[in-house]
Write a protein that binds this ligand. Sequence first.
Ligand code: H2B
Length: 95
Amino acid sequence: MAEKLDNSARDSAISQLDGWGLVEGRDAIAKTFVFPDFNAAFGFMSRVALKAEAMDHHPEWFNVWNKVDVKLSTHDAGGLTALDMELAAFMDRLT
Ligand code: H2B
């Protein structure tokens, strides 16, 4: 199972991402992605869904039209792991 990142590993991993921040009150990261329209937002979600299945690591997310609010955390580990950072970096590369 993926190991929880300690605070310094977590902070250094977040600093290498684009626009992700810690969620208050839990060991998770969040980012809001904004697209030109629903088609682009849903295309992004579809590509992420395929990656998430391949990783067996899934986002918490909420979509309204052109916006996708994403939270990442590793439920099995009770906090952030390298899997969250890998999925976040994948999402950044798509945009
Ligand atoms: N996604 C996330 N974000 N955290 C997990 O701990 C997790 C997951 N565990 N996707 C996987 C699925 C697990 O529930 C299955 C049984 O492998």
